[in-house]
Design a binder for this molecule. Sequence first.
Ligand code: NAD
Ligand code: 0WE
Length: 260
Amino acid sequence: MGVLEGKKGLILGIANNKSIAWGVTKSCHREGAELGFNYLGDALEKRVRPLAESVNATLVEPLDVSDDAQLDAFFAAVEAKWGQLDFMVHSIAYADKNALKQPFSQTSRQAFQQALDISAYSFVACAQRAARIMSPGGAMLTMTYLGAVRSVPNYNVMGVAKAALEASTRYLAYDLGEHGIRVNALSAGPIRTLAASGIGDFRTLMTKAARGSFLKRNVTQDEVGNAACYLVSDWASGVTGEVHYVDTGFNVGVGDPGES
Ligand code: NAD
Ligand code: 0WE
């Protein structure tokens, strides 16, 4: 019997089969969860629906997390369909393309606000609505990156957004703890996804991450999916407010010792 058998969970942020959210889906489906998904706009609906059907999803609804009306409608649909929720995985980020290129010091107010709104506040917005339909034992998870705590070249305003996301995880864990709901973040090493494809020199970053890691390779989508599955399962019932690194050890080291 799977560790998520009998549980209903939302996985937010599938764009295609390269998405980290799809890695999470594969693990959670294998472990017996009943799953629900969102899609952002008509273009992605065409990609998400077939993927959702392949894991027998019972809920597929539109959701742009920058829109309160869509957030209310989405969680109303979840409540109408499922009644209650056991877990939620948030795997969503966005910053203006230029903000990931220009020097961080040139970040505009608009780009800063948008990056923090979609990449950090949206977790709070989803968590407050999900918590209303969760019982003790419920769990939430978001995806973060090392750029929250280190200055990673070009990650820029996304790093500031991830710092806010990680702090939000701790405050949500504090608030929801008294209701028996756990809230964690998973900090993944670099993975080639749609969100990574727009980034110049991602190949070099991947190579450096592999060389500087203890396992001497990059982390895989499946490894992140398995760790996410653990964090939303009862195996992690004593874990909350945590930022859990799944990065083949990169963050613990000092970089590539062979590099001078
Ligand atoms: P991805 O492009 O597959 O997923 C990003 C998702 O965000 C997409 O599905 C997109 O539709 C969604 N999104 C963007 N704006 C949205 C909005 N307004 N409303 C609803 N959804 C919106 O890329 P990914 O790499 O799988 O990213 C998922 C998460 O993992 C992100 O939080 C990202 O920061 C994080 N992460 C990625 C890496 C990596 O190297 N790929 C590493 C660590 C953390
Ligand atoms: O969180 C991310 C990527 C998030 C992201 C990516 C894009 C590209 C396309 C957010 N917004 C956009 N907007 C776009 O228009 N990662 C952890 C992957 C990533 O992105 C980087 C990285 C890593 C790692 C950007 C620069 C440096 C390293």
